[in-house]
Ligand binder design. Structure first.
Ligand code: CMP
Length: 415
């Protein structure tokens, strides 16, 4: 099930935002005394201000969740309808000015509504908040306030929000509301902190772009020969690039992981997709539309150089794959597949000398086009040699700095 998270921009998308709010607050929760209006929408004056972004999540074409981010443009912010933030505002404005010599810029997060069947989907909530953090950052907001449904306090605390007072019963909503605040800096750090510390450039560059795709195992992202309007950067998970032969046999061209870009070829040469792409595990992608992508390349020649490097690496890998296919032995295929996985594996924060690819032996077998029994035999052998550890969910690559590489081990075994 693919979920697309984006900032609502068309009239239809905005109507969907207002409808989801109504569906959740009035129909499901009975707030606002059921908001009995004919239009089945909840919309207020803060939706019409210049600095507002309504984030919406679609599951296939169905709107399932929404969140609103506002930046103050002089008319106050939505949370101030329910709580007096003036003492907080004055204190922060004073402290910020004396420290930075500039004005604090307040924003807000609110109108969080997630329809019941999706309420357990933490990844959807997280993706909406990540997008909110990116927007606040792009707007140069400094502090963020929220009057939240007290039931969701724990979630806001995890993101770095602090309560400013006691929860209060709000008659017109019919719920306890808790005033909370944080800085956009903390919010951004929660969303993208690890990226600030490492240098996966495409991910850094596009992390706060305003569209994300959340995919489950085996979700198709696009198929070969389709027309293209988007490229993608992988924020988390693994993606398989493959082609299907005339006899229906599937050939994996590459396995891509965090920080890697794909789907860019068709945007550059304006031809149909050269291959299909599907997620292997749960994955989160950042979506780049053609304009975004091309304008970034034009603005910054260093990006063009990076793209050339990606092409060069893929060409080398394609050459290797040609040799693997010509040879055809399962050992060589396995070697190729494992090297690909090691390349896309992510460093384990708890054991930084090791890296992890979240993939099962069965998925490795499918990816590489070899028997699962053969895969397990190889993996067991490598595990005995201390090259990897694996279970039904992941392969852990050990520190190979002074040990033979997985591929050497495999080659040795083969000879
Ligand atoms: P595009 O042609 O738009 O869609 C398919 C994408 O798969 C393509 O862009 C590349 O991003 C990616 N791709 C194509 N061939 C390979 C390969 N050999 N290795 C890794 N990725 C590839």
């Amino acid at each position: 099930m693919t979920v697309r998270v984006k900032v609502a921009s068309s009239a239809k998308e905005l109507e969907d935002v207002f409808w989801v709010r109504h569906e959740v607050y009035a129909t499901e929760e009975g707030y606002f005394q059921g908001a009995k209006d004919d239009k089945q929408m909840i919309v207020d004056e803060f939706d019409a201000l210049p600095m507002v972004a309504n984030i919406i999540a679609y599951c296939n074409d169905e709107p399932v969740a929404t969140l609103r981010i506002n930046l103050d443009s002089g008319q106050g912010l939505p949370p101030e309808e329910y709580y007096d933030f003036s003492a907080y505002r004055q204190r922060i404005a004073r402290e910020w000015f004396s420290e930075h010599g500039t004005q604090a810029r307040f924003g807000s997060a609110g109108m969080l509504a997630i329809r019941k069947p999706w309420r357990h989907r933490r990844d959807v909530i997280r993706a909406m908040f990540k997008m909110g953090a990116g927007i606040g950052h792009a707007w140069e907001g400094t502090h963020i306030i929220a009057s939240i449904n007290a039931k969701t306090a724990e979630m806001y605390k995890r993101i770095g929000f602090e309560a400013l007072g006691e929860q209060q019963w709000v008659v017109e909503i019919g719920e306890y509301i808790l005033p909370m605040a944080s800085t956009f800096r903390a919010f951004y750090y929660w969303a993208f902190g690890d990226l600030l510390e490492n240098n996966s450039t495409f991910l850094n560059l596009f992390s706060s772009r305003f569209q994300r795709l959340l995919l489950g195992p085996d979700d198709i992202i696009f198929r070969e020969n389709e027309q293209a309007t988007e490229a993608y950067v992988i924020d988390s998970g693994l993606v398989r690039i493959f082609r299907t032969g005339s006899g229906g046999n599937v050939l994996t061209l590459g396995t891509l992981g965090r920080g890697e870009l794909f789907g860019e070829l068709s945007l550059i040469d304006t031809k149909p997709r050269s291959a299909s792409a599907a997620s292997i595990s749960n994955s989160e992608l950042i979506v780049l539309d053609r304009e975004d992508f091309i304008s970034e390349l034009q603005k910054n020649p260093a990006r063009t150089h990076e793209i050339l490097q990606i092409f060069a690496e893929r060409l080398r890998r394609a050459d290797e794959l040609a040799v693997v296919l010509a040879n055809g032995s399962p050992v060589i295929k396995m070697e190729y597949a494992l090297n690909d996985l090691r390349r896309s594996a992510i460093t384990d924060g708890k054991r930084p000398s090791t890296s992890i690819a979240r993939i099962s032996p069965l998925e490795v077998a499918r990816n590489a086009g070899i028997d699962e029994a053969d895969v397990r035999e190889f993996l067991n052998r490598l595990m005995q040699q201390g090259v990897i550890e694996y279970n039904e969910h992941q392969i852990r690559f050990m520190d190979m700095s002074d040990a033979p590489s997985a591929s050497d081990e495999l080659a040795e075994h083969h000879s």
